[in-house]
Design a protein around this ligand. Structure first.
Ligand code: FE
Ligand code: CA
Length: 541
């Protein structure tokens, strides 16, 4: 057994904001990686109620390392955003074991949970073995957390026969229950990928919207301040089904717009916003990013510096799969008012920013993996919503191309997917969230020519709860499947997607629920699509 201990670092916290702090030792403490004081209230805190009310999580799996997450919050809905914790650091112990009963503990250590980071814990555990299942738990004072299960990635480049993972997005709490996560938690998964809209910034009515669960009055206000973002996470993460999904497998996450506000783009807020000036918006973005970091199993590399956060990163699963997680919000040019604006073709416009584009293409060129995954936010394949001028294709008021997705950044799309083709990247697959719809589509060299090359396959996953119950198909889908021949599947029920892959095939099960506005709905597989190695494009199984 190996024991990790942290050295003592004496630090006094002032009123300065986190992003104004510079010293390395201070940062180490804020990250929850340093000991602070021998004060009894630090080493042996007491709690009136369970401080692990938000569950446990693990994430960012590497062959020898995972990050373990929790947040001490005996009162997660406390209006001040402190979760019922005092404004001083508290020591949190963690253990990692081979077995669920912790008979064989392989790593243990402790970190300081600090008020600056809402008493969140991000313990980066090293020295683990590749491709192995582990169990973990936390202790603060006399209180123990639930036990979580995690799994390291296989050794870099090593032969890997199969991988099973699920991906999900868009979980507006007030729109419905997270029953999909309960079903996901019952699957045997190596990994869970979250593509954004983990929270929505919107105010929540006192009756809890579709859930009919009363929330304190202050939830009616949209999240703008750090304390309000924190209470939003406190509410969302109190959900037992979400906690169950976090506890069964490591997650890799990226954010979309609603973790900050609807439709933001780079330094530009949405039109109708409580934070219209750039300084106001960037302060809001800093608060939103910090609360996001505090509540997700992210490594210290993602710790925000003010309004900036490095979220794009890469995970490799042996020789089988490599995941490039993108951030298509922080570095993008403004969205368009009209999806058909010719500006969408402007070669200067970017969705990823130049640096991320280079990182993506260089990384994909160097990959040795069989399947190369872009896990990202918004739809890549063109989707013409149709036109009011065609009476045979009613489409419920939608028109033209998307304003917010890759259609509005066509040159960016051409550079990246043309670049992937030029580099001969093996089996590129795009995973997408945001749209609250299931979609299977070919990413084409030329959408006007159905016979042009298929450059990659795209799987768009529906929402967990956003949009309420949904339905099998709507008029937009009926029209869209005709107008867009490269789109093969469309569905707008709630759920998630489970992917099973080996060297020859990638099988995607689109899991849906009949409703999310009442709890306990069953799950079923609405459609299964298969991709074959070396042949771009998914086909029905
Ligand atoms: Fe969404
Ligand atoms: Ca979104």
């Amino acid at each position: 057994m190996t024991t990790q201990r942290n050295g003592g670092v004496g630090v006094r916290f002032g009123r300065r904001r986190l992003f104004q702090l510079g010293g390395v030792s201070t940062a180490a403490v804020l990250l929850g990686t340093g000991a602070i004081t021998t004060d009894r209230s630090y080493a042996a805190p007491t709690f009136g109620t369970d401080p692990f009310s938000l569950g446990v999580a693990s994430g960012d799996p590497l062959p020898d390392s995972v990050v373990l997450w929790t947040r001490l919050a005996p009162d997660p809905l406390a209006e001040d955003g402190h979760g019922g914790m005092p404004s001083r650091p508290v020591r949190v112990h963690w253990e990692v074991a081979d077995d669920e009963n912790f008979r064989h503990v392989v790593r243990r250590g402790s970190v300081a949970a600090t008020p600056e980071l809402a008493h969140s814990v991000h313990a980066e555990v090293h020295g683990l073995r590749p491709g192995r299942e582990y169990f973990y738990r936390f202790r603060a004072g006399r209180e123990h957390s639930p036990v979580g299960r995690t799994k390291t990635a296989p050794a870099f480049g090593a032969p890997l026969s199969s991988l099973t993972f699920a991906f999900a997005s868009c979980q507006a709490w007030h729109d419905g229950f997270y029953t999909g996560y309960r079903h996901m938690a019952a699957e045997d998964l190596d990994l869970i990928v979250h593509l954004g809209d983990y929270i929505y910034e919107y105010g929540i009515p006192a009756d809890g919207g579709n859930r009919g669960i009363a929330v304190p009055d202050y939830f009616a206000e949209e999240a703008v301040s750090l304390k309000r973002y924190r209470t939003q996470y406190g509410l969302y993460k109190s959900d037992p089904d979400l906690q169950a999904a976090h506890a069964v497998a490591p997650w890799i996450v990226t954010l979309d717009d609603h973790e900050v506000e609807n439709g933001w783009a780079g330094d530009v807020p949405e039109k109708d916003t409580p934070t219209p000036t750039q300084p106001e918006f960037l302060e809001r973005r800093a608060s939103a990013f910090r609360a996001y970091y505090e509540h997700l199993p992210l490594r210290s590399t993602a710790l925000p510096t003010g309004p900036d956060m490095r979220l794009y990163r890469r995970f490799t699963y042996g020789d089988l799969a490599e995941f490039s997680l993108l951030d298509t919000r922080q570095y993008r040019d403004p969205i368009l008012d009209d999806g058909d604006d010719p500006a969408r073709l402007d070669p200067e416009r970017t969705l990823t920013g130049d640096e991320q584009e280079r990182w993506l293409l260089d990384g994909m060129a160097a990959s040795r993996a069989r399947w190369n995954v872009l896990a990202q936010q918004v739809r890549v394949a063109q989707f013409d919503h149709g036109s009011e001028t065609d009476p045979d294709l009613p489409h419920d008021g939608w028109e033209g191309l998307g304003r917010d997705c890759w259609d509005a950044y066509a040159a960016s799309r051409d550079r990246i997917f043309g670049g992937i083709a030029e580099r001969g990247v093996s089996n590129p697959v795009v995973l997408t969230g945001d749209w609250h719809r299931n979609l299977v589509a070919d990413i084409k060299a030329d959408y006007a020519d159905p016979d042009s090359a298929t450059l990659a396959s795209e799987l768009v996953g529906t929402s967990i709860s956003s949009g309420g119950d949904g339905q099998d198909i709507d008029n937009l889908g009926r029209a869209g499947l005709i107008v867009n021949p490269h789109v093969k599947f469309y569905n707008i029920q709630r759920g998630y997607v489970t992917c099973r892959l080996d060297a020859e095939q990638w099988i995607s099960d689109f899991k849906v629920l009949p409703q999310v506005t009442t709890p306990d709905a069953p799950v079923s597989t609405r459609a299964t699509y298969v991709m074959e190695n070396g042949r771009p494009g998914a086909e029905p199984a």
